[in-house]
Structures are given as C-alpha cells and as structure tokens.
Design a protein around this ligand. Structure first.
Ligand SMILES: [Zn+2]
Length: 355
C-alpha cells in the first residue's frame, strides 16, 4: 500500500543510540529496529510495523525492550493498520482534515457537535466508528458541508473564531462553491419575500438576472461605484415596473438617507460573480464595480435590456451625489420613512427621464 513498504526486510536496523540499557544496566549503543508484527485490535488480528530496542550484551532469550514512548508509537501503528484494513481514516489523515480547515482538535469536535475530546482521542488512541468516519470524509471533500456545520453550531464559537474558520473554509472552496455560498447568503436575506408582491415588484429575486444587470451597467458606465449602482438598480426595477407591471431583479428596496437601498446590499457586493475592487485612501472604502464577461446575458429579455439602456443613458455621466439628490425628489422617497420598504406601487410613480 505505502511505497516505503516495498522490499521491506522482515527485521531491520533503523539506527543505534547510546542510552542507559534497562536490560544490562550499562550505558551503551542500543539498536533501534523495526519488524513486522501481529497484534489484536478490536478482536481482530492485524499486521503492523513494530519498533523495538535490542541489547547486544544480553542473551537471545531476553534482549529486547521498548520505552513508554515507543510503546505508544507501536499502538498507534497497530490501530492505523487496523484502520487501513477497514478503510477508515488513519490518525494522520484526521489531523490533515483538521489542518485543512485550520482547526484545533477542540474546534473540530465543536464544529461537528461531538464530545470535546473526541478528536483528540481519534488522533491518539480511540478508533472512530464508521458513522464518524463518514462525516470526517464528507467535510474533507465538501467545504460547503463544513460551512453548514459551522452555521449550525455557530453559537459554540466566538465571533473571532467563527470568522477565522469561515475564512479557512472559503479558501477550500472552488469557484462553484464560492458562488453557491455567496448566493445562499443573499437568499437568506430574501426568505420573507419568496412570493411576488408589491414589495419585490411582483418578481421573485433572480440572482442570475441581478448579476447580469450589474455587469451590463458596469460595462457601459465607467467608474461605477456601489452607491450609484444601487440607485441604478432601483431605477431599472421601478421603470420596468412602471412600464410592464413587473420588476427586473426581484430586489426589495428600503428608504435610507442616500435613497433606495436593496436589502442584502452587502451580500450583493459579495456575490462571487459580481466583480468588485475595493479602493482605499478615501474617507471610506469605495467599491468599484467591474463587468464580468463570463455571464450569459440571455437571462435578460429585450424589453428589460431596453429599460437598462434608458437608465444608463439617464445616469451614465451623473455623479453619485446627483443621482441621490434626484432620487430624493421621488414620491417613493418622500412618502416613505427611514428604514421602510419602498413599495413598487410608489416606485412606479418615478418621474419620466429627460429625452
Ligand atoms: Zn544492554
């Protein structure tokens, strides 16, 4: 199975060490040797590699001994041989899974909602049963599952610890996993709006469409930043609703100082398919939105594209503060209060764009 086993001699010398020999009582060179041995683990005979010391001064009957440390190593080897025979993870493989997510033994036990010392025992002495083994293998393969465990057992970790583990899990995700996770975070903001209503413009949130709209704007508006993007999204949804009776994205907008702001706006900027570069050096971090050429625009209809083009034409060269001021004049803003959802029955009253 392992390469180093190939051509293994039955009993061979590893090295010699000068030590106080417990057999003859003298300090002399003692051989450390390795050989194949058999022992019983969980009522089954397993073959494993055993290490032992040999004293040359003693007779053949009694010339071997092991230290406590060596004994522990042999036991671990025997258990790992049993695990390999039973297709269970070895202790080293369990350590590797833990390190893959940057977790301590206690962290991993808490993450999986197991007893606090469970992992420490699996890495040193106890053999995990198959059910536990399967869970460990699953989180190794699937960082999203590790993330689900983290969310489920969130309360067991400090905020700092949670952030650290989440970061390690993120590092294990491929592009598909990153997109999946970022979508789930945005969707979790919209569970209350899973039916068509006046709140979402009779459109259930479509992240595919949202990502395409953002990219479409970013491609045609140079220097598109977050504040301006959020207003443009609202105007696109409001104008489409005014004309056709349905919104484009399904976002739900709230009244804030700077105008309409969609629920989950941070999660929108964190979508893996939304290309954002953060720029520091201002009073606050600015989020520069860039096009994502990998998206397929076919999810947006011709009517909707026409709406997007009109919004672009109206606001392309307008600075963020001017679009905020422009929005403050809308009834959707003046007739709602801070923090309230802006219903589309008000949004559709937007003023006509200049031709
Ligand atoms: Zn000796």
């Amino acid at each position: 199975m392992r390469k180093e086993n190939e051509g293994l001699v039955h009993d061979y010398l590893i090295c010699s060490d000068s030590m106080e020999c417990p057999l003859c009582g003298k300090t002399h060179e003692v051989e450390l040797r390795r050989r194949k041995a058999k022992t019983i683990v969980k009522k089954e005979i397993v073959e494993y590699e055993e290490e032992y010391y040999r004293c040359e001064n003693c007779n053949d009957e009694e010339n071997e001994f092991v230290t406590a440390k060596l004994n522990k190593k042999n036991l671990l080897n025997a258990r790992n041989a049993y695990r390999r025979a039973k297709q269970l993870l070895t202790s080293d493989e369990i350590v590797a899974i833990r390190e893959q997510y940057g977790l301590s033994q206690l962290d991993l036990a808490l993450l999986l909602d197991w007893g606090e010392v469970t992992i420490s025992r699996y890495e040193s002495k106890a053999i995990q049963d198959e059910a536990y083994d399967n869970i460990l293998r699953s989180i190794k393969k699937d960082p999203l599952l590790a993330y689900e465990y983290l969310e489920k057992n969130k309360a067991k970790f400090s905020r700092e610890k949670y952030d650290l583990i989440k970061k390690s899990i993120d590092e294990n995700l491929d592009e598909y996993g990153k997109e999946y996770l970022s979508r789930k975070l945005l969707e979790s903001n919209y569970v209350r709006y899973s039916d068509p209503s006046d709140m979402n413009g009779y459109k259930i949130l479509s992240i595919d469409v949202l990502e395409c709209v953002i990219s479409y704007f970013a491609k045609r508006v140079s220097n598109l930043y977050k504040v301006k993007l959020m207003k443009m999204l609202w105007y696109a949804d409001a104008l489409c609703y005014k004309r056709y009776g349905y919104a484009i994205t399904g976002l739900v907008y709230q009244h804030y100082d700077m105008g309409a702001l969609p629920i989950g706006h941070r999660a929108i900027m964190d979508l893996n398919n939304v290309k954002v570069v953060s720029e520091d050096g201002y009073d606050y971090t600015k989020y520069h939105v860039l096009p994502n050429e990998t998206l397929n625009l076919s999810v947006i209809s011709a009517e909707e594209l026409d709406i997007l083009d009109q919004v672009i034409k109206q606001f392309k060269d307008v600075i963020a503060q001017d679009i905020v001021d422009y929005m403050h004049e809308e009834e959707a803003y003046s007739l709602t209060n801070y923090g309230e959802v802006i219903p589309f029955s008000l949004a559709k009253k937007i003023r006509d764009f200049q031709q």
